[in-house]
Design a protein around this ligand. Sequence first.
Ligand code: LHQ
Length: 258
Amino acid sequence: MSSILFTIENGTGFITLNRPAKLNAFNGEMALLLQQMLDKCASLHEVRCVCITGAGKGFSAGQDLEDVINPAGPGIQRVLQEYYNPIITRIYNLPKPVVAAVNGVAAGAGANIALCCDVVVATQSASFIQAFSKIGLIPDSGGTFTLPRLIGRQKASALMMLGDKVSATEAERLGMVYKVFADDIFMQEAKGIAATLANMPTKGLALTKQALQYSAINSMEAQLLLEDELQQKAAATYDFKEGVQAFLEKRKPAFKGE
Ligand code: LHQ
């Protein structure tokens, strides 16, 4: 059985991390396959939203700690360069919305992969753990960039140093998560959000993603210039014309992602 499963449903590419016996901890194969699936989602026109989730009761427990000490493995210094940094860069730059459907515990790199996604939803029984400090590491996979921007530096530094287990409800309250759903309706709700995004103006969403990324580093003046530039690109799309036309004709728009 492959460590990554991939299906396309209603315009969404579902990538399922599939090592459930180890709470979907990452080995090299799974990390490289995830990169390949993200590339596939970027290139397929029929995929207009990506959803990453986990098989079984966990989302991902981060790096497989047995694999990392295996003498035949990549060695600790190559893990970030070859596994996690390329995953985070792909999610960050993917010109389509990426949903993390956090179906259970998300720890270490598993948590930070989820948190760099554009929309994070979690099931009631899920949790988030910056597990790194407990084994003497620093938070990686973009966590030191993402988490303080989501919840502020104080909460981020405390969670990263203490390695607390944050419940889904608390994660939602802090701003790490968009919405939490009861376990029995979670996947159905996550799929509904993904399907909604997949039917929206994909290029406009990609430009929104880009604008938000620059807001983390830009001055107001620079951001206004960027909004001007990106809005012109958005206004040149088919979907903008269709959106306006449909509004004026009082009908539902049929967006094409073009
Ligand atoms: C695991 C793992 C795991 C292997 C559960 N590995 N087997 C970057 C740079 C370089 C090197 C290292 O890594 C990184 C990035 C990182 O991600 S560092 C952080 C690595 N992750 C962790 O430290 C988390 C370790 N796991 C846990 O603390 C717990 O498993 C959590 C809190 C996630 C879940 O606890 P429980 O729900 O009580 O489950 P469990 O501990 O019983 O785990 C279930 C099974 O999964 C168990 O195997 P077993 O054969 O006993 O049933 C665990 O050994 C295995 N597993 N995480 N990361």
